[in-house]
Write a protein that binds this ligand. Sequence first.
Ligand SMILES: [Zn+2]
Length: 76
Amino acid sequence: MANEPTYCYHCRTHHPRDEMRLIVTKTGKRWRCIRSIEATQQGAAAREAYGRLVSEINKAESKSRAQRMNNILQEK
Ligand SMILES: [Zn+2]
């Protein structure tokens, strides 16, 4: 049956089979719901975007610091 309730190792509850994907883990094949997979992927994407933002800020800061240094050196 395509729609039989299947245990989701992520939510520790049952979902209809057609809302789930079979995931291969270290301990074997397990069913996990698409919703939790997508939530994790969005989480990873969000973390990645945040990491990029932080490194952009750091880059901008070190650039402006370098420019300040140049200005100081040029004033002398
Ligand atoms: Zn689930």
